[in-house]
Ligand binder design. Structure first.
Ligand SMILES: NC(=O)c1ccc[n+]([C@@H]2O[C@H](COP(=O)([O-])OP(=O)(O)OC[C@H]3O[C@@H](n4cnc5c(N)ncnc54)[C@H](O)[C@@H]3O)[C@@H](O)[C@H]2O)c1
Length: 692
């Protein structure tokens, strides 16, 4: 059952019951219609109350029915709202906890609304690249006014019901028992006629044209590549400038346009991808978990400090272990400084500051961390050092403790083999800065136990990360792919580009940063060290020498004040570098490559298709569980533009046969071997299929 119907003392109560948030799926909508019919046909019923069971009034559309014909099947939300609004008997919405999207639109179709304080009220559709399509853009401005409605619809952000107490959205804020208040109110208005309808309210906003124009300008500047925010303004504008029914038509047209847009498809893809990533086919949702009440981190360097902050932020005590007092003091001081900066910016209260600092402590002794439920190693990236640490952890840590490594490139199975308990070993690959970046690659070793995986996946949510599981391979999902991207970026320099041209081309597409600005930020020496290892281990892989030449010039990036670009003290802006550009041109001459003009289109294709092709191998090898996991890695860890939905979704949008065709073209150029389509990509393209 998705809604319950009850009659008591002349009042009918329809209670939405579709856990977890009473989504307005087809069955729920049908049950509301059914309840309304019964109530209207029962002469004893004087008024009808609609409320929600459990944790919400209604969270809006039922996400289980998204992208299915059920979402728009009759009775549609429009039909239901029309039925409520035109009811001859008063309909009262009794609202609590969550009232969002279609849930708010439903409430706006009722004659009266009573809410509990603390209810989260929102029209969040814009976050999925659409707009409220069941009258929300037309009715909300009529009850809360033009400005507030526009803010709510364009931002999608929730507002607490008590903040809306003075608006016509709520007839009453019920401080005590909501249903008791709703019943009393319903009996009071039972015989009152005519019944008030939101659609009949006139919006009175002097000089609305000037305000709307100002809003268009501001929203256009903020919306970037997303069309929805501006269309939200247009829909709300129609509420002011047109009759209600005409405004509804504008809303409908804009909604249909947006639903079809690639940007909205990408946002909806990301929304579902995030949920899918937290599930593994062979780790059932009821897998028992190990309690994590305390955490230890080994190594207080760049990563260790940031990792520790995540746990303190989530209220979990964390001990950091270092080899020397000096390194420990330095690490703890950096953490304190980070928190102090947040405090100064007013983004943290003094109370929270004290609490978080109080949860972090340091030690030089393994005995002090032995009782931790989870220990994360973040020491130097050398197998010998990892060996030392894991052997020691194996000796001291209590039975059942989870032993995690933050390694970015080393073989987790080898690390696990240093212990007598490989089932307890897992990779937690944080991204820098670890207290900021959303992505957490969770590396599943050959022997990692399912309860360890389930525990770390749940923990990633608790520390507000997007956890994506990767199998063991060199670089895991993200860095293994970026290697192919970086190689192409290097070849592009040799063939005619400047670092600036390459960066600008992908930044125009919406990348947070192009490959060379990224290298300067992360430190070019890190890639250099990896390449040096590869020259020995995998001599068949060809890299452009430009990056090595850059490092030989001592240009490691922002930290040395010079990298692919020049930097000025106290300024993070990248200035094109004359010497670097000369070095690149000279290198092309040295290797006998005639430089040519390269289009932005070629740059973007080569960089992104290199990612996509490697990703296809990763998917086929089972390193990633699903294509959308790869998209999540790139959206949350590598600044891939959200409006494209991630590399795999982007390739699907372009069409895999087109991707393969472009690759065949590049295969005829230099280093053509890199462009052999991965078997999975070739197969899907031939069959006219997609990754996602
Ligand atoms: N820096 C990054 O961007 C990044 C990103 C993801 C993963 N990682 C990985 O995280 C790990 C740490 O990297 P980092 O950048 O924080 O390095 P770092 O050099 O900044 O810090 C390493 C810290 O470990 C300490 N240490 C070394 N050996 C130790 C031992 N035996 N016992 C206790 N402490 C010891 C050092 O004193 C140092 O403070 C590496 O495995 C690295 O590959 C780094």
């Amino acid at each position: 059952m998705s809604a319950e119907y009850q009659v008591n003392a002349n009042l009918a109560v329809i209670t939405l019951n579709n856990p977890p948030v009473n989504g307005l799926g087809l069955a729920t909508r049908a049950a509301i219609v059914d309840g309304m019919k019964q109530a209207l046909n029962n002469p004893d019923v004087k008024a009808i109350i609609i409320t929600g069971a459990g944790k919400a009034f209604s969270g809006g559309a039922d996400i289980k029915e998204f992208n299915s014909p059920k979402a728009f099947a009759e009775p549609s939300l429009h039909t239901v709202i029309h039925l409520l609004e035109s009811s001859e008997k008063p309909v009262i919405a009794a609202i609590h906890s969550v009232c969002m999207g279609g849930g708010l639109e439903l409430a706006l179709g009722c004659h009266y609304r009573i809410a509990s304080p603390g209810t989260q009220v929102a029209l969040p559709e814009v976050k999925l690249g659409i707009l409220p399509g069941a009258g929300g853009t037309q009715r909300l401005p009529r009850v809360v006014g033009l400005e507030l409605a526009l803010n709510m619809i364009v931002s999608g952000a929730p507002v607490a019901s008590e903040k809306l107490a003075k608006t016509a959205l709520f007839n009453q804020i019920a401080e005590g028992d909501l249903m008791e208040a709703a019943r009393a109110f319903a009996l009071q208005v039972a015989d009152s006629r005519p019944l008030p309808k939101v659609r009949d309210i006139r919006i009175d906003y002097p000089n609305h044209e000037a305000f709307l124009q100002f809003s268009r300008n501001t929203v256009r500047a903020m919306a970037g590549p997303f069309p929805a925010p501006l269309q939200c303004v247009e829909a709300v504008a129609a509420a002011v400038t047109k009759k209600f029914d005409d405004g509804m038509k504008v809303e409908r047209d804009l909604f249909l346009q947006l639903v079809q847009s690639n940007e909205s498809k990408a946002l909806r893809h990301a929304f579902f991808a995030e949920r899918a990533a937290s599930k593994l086919p062979d780790v059932p949702e009821d897998t028992p978990m190990r309690p994590i009440q305390s955490v230890a981190v080994v190594g207080a360097g760049t990563m260790g400090g940031g990792i520790a902050m995540n746990f303190a932020n989530a209220g979990i005590p964390v001990k950091i272990l270092e080899m020397k007092q000096e390194a420990l003091d330095k690490g703890l001081a950096t953490i304190r400084k980070n928190y102090e900066n947040t405090l100064k910016k007013g983004k943290l209260t003094q109370e929270k500051f004290d609490q978080r600092i109080g949860l972090i402590s340091g030690t030089l002794s393994y005995d002090d961390i032995a009782q931790a439920d989870l220990v994360i190693e973040a020491v130097f990236e050398e197998m010998g050092v990892k060996e030392q640490v894991f052997k020691k952890l194996d000796q001291v840590m209590k039975a059942g403790a989870i032993l995690a490594s933050n390694t970015s490139t080393l073989d987790l199975d080898k690390i696990a083999a240093f212990t007598s308990r490989p089932q307890d070993v897992i990779g937690t690959h944080f991204f820098s800065p670890a207290n900021v970046m959303k992505l957490l690659e969770i590396v599943r070793g050959k022997h990692t136990a399912k309860d360890v995986l389930a525990t770390v996946m749940a923990l990633s949510k608790k520390i507000k990360k997007t956890g994506v599981v990767s199998g063991v391979c060199d670089g895991f999902i993200g860095n293994r792919m970026i290697e192919q991207y970086s190689r192409q970026a290097g070849y592009l320099l040799e063939e005619g580009c400047t670092p600036e041209q390459v960066d600008k081309a992908v930044e125009k597409l919406g990348f947070a940063m192009g490959p060379f600005r990224m290298g300067d930020l992360a430190g070019n020496d890190i890639g250099w060290a990896i390449r040096k290892r590869r020259y020995v281990e995998k001599p068949q892989i060809v890299y452009s020498k430009t990056a090595d030449l850059l490092c030989e010039m001592g240009r490691f990036g922002q930290k040395t004040g010079a990298g692919w670009y020049d930097y000025k003290a106290g300024d993070r802006k990248a200035y094109p570098s004359e010497v670097v550009n000369q070095m690149i041109v000279q290198h092309s001459a040295d290797i006998g490559v005639a430089r040519r003009k390269i289009s932005d289109e070629e740059i973007v294709e080569r960089l992104i298709y290199a990612l996509v092709n490697e990703a296809a191998y990763i998917l086929e090898e089972g390193i990633a569980t699903r294509a959308s996991d790869i998209d999540m890695v790139y959206l949350t860890g590598y600044g891939f533009p959200l409006h494209t939905g991630g590399p795999m979704f982007y390739a699907d949008t372009i069409g895999l046969p087109n991707v393969v065709m472009a690759m065949e073209k590049y295969a005829k150029g230099r280093h053509g071997d890199a462009w052999k389509p991965a078997p999975l990509l070739a197969r899907l393209a031939a069959e006219g299929k997609t990754f996602n």
